[in-house]
Design a protein around this ligand. Sequence first.
Ligand code: MG
Length: 386
Amino acid sequence: MKNVVLLGSTGSIGRRALEILSADSNSRFKVSGLAAGKNIQLLEQQIRNFRPRCICVANQVDADRLKKQFPGIDFFSGASGLTRMIGVTDPDTVISAISGTDSIAANLAALIKGARLCLANKETLVAAGALVQEALDHHDGQLIPVDSEHSAIFQCLQGQPRESVSRILLTASGGPFFRRSRVELENVSLEMALNHPTWKMGRKITIDSATLMNKALELIEAAFLFQIEPERIEVVIHPQSVIHSMVEFCDGSILAQLGIADMGIPIHYALNHPERMPLDVEPLGLDRLGTLEFFGEDSMDFPSLSLARSVLKTGKSAGAVFNAANEAAVEAFIEQRISFLDIFIMVEEILSRSCFHPVRSLQDVTSAIEATRAQCREWLKRKFRS
Ligand code: MG
């Protein structure tokens, strides 16, 4: 039986992961640890259903209260609690689905311990790609992507010699503002940006989809995951989101992975790789789909993708800075302090003013993030003074 720890159990990926784990007909998985943020009510239900050994929550107050309710379970709290939980449970598999940078240390710990890391968190590779690479080079851990695009690419690459790959075609839905002009984007409201046409997701990632910053982060992740130069990763706008991504090979063949918009499929694949196990999902129904459309990345007038390519070229802490600046900009937009187009201006200006340092330890990542957050606060202050 595989011992599984799930980080982010109450979010949309976490909830789907628990459904997948409990639907496994051969009961090959045992959930030994769960981590959640503030949705304690749902977490309590999950504790009763899965009886894990360890739990990590965001606040110590919640941990103390839950401890009284579930005396047989070990409780941890905060980002350091995530890493401690990995240490105590010694998992075979970690599903990492907490967004943000809090879980980076725990994800690295999972790889160092030799676990399979099923990674849905974007920030780990964007901000700490060099550390992930080092952990993979020196330990037995395994990294399997869960994000639908990277899972698609990973699946297309199975059994294919790396040198036969000519390009990765990373698909993007285009989000709610595909084909809108700059002028039209000037007065985009929060509500409009939160209205994603195909995927139901959290607020931060939905805004990132509207700005193409999500695709920019995914481009950086793909370069790390598949060890490919940024010039050979092309973004294809595919509004129907039926093809989750493609790989073009040196003989002109393109392999694609298709499926319904259900994160259960990539989660299930990551858990079972290299095997393919049955999963009870709605069939795609190609005959009902009608037309599939594809547009070049230049059909969207956003600087996000070129920022991502220059971040990859710069290397060092540029990924951590880029991610932290975007996080702060999205937060300011959600709080309705800046406009939609200000997100790009803010990220570009912060990147152009930052100094980048080599990333050799988690401390280097944390320092870059903290320095960027301070710069973002200054930027916002200056904006409101003028
Ligand atoms: Mg994605």
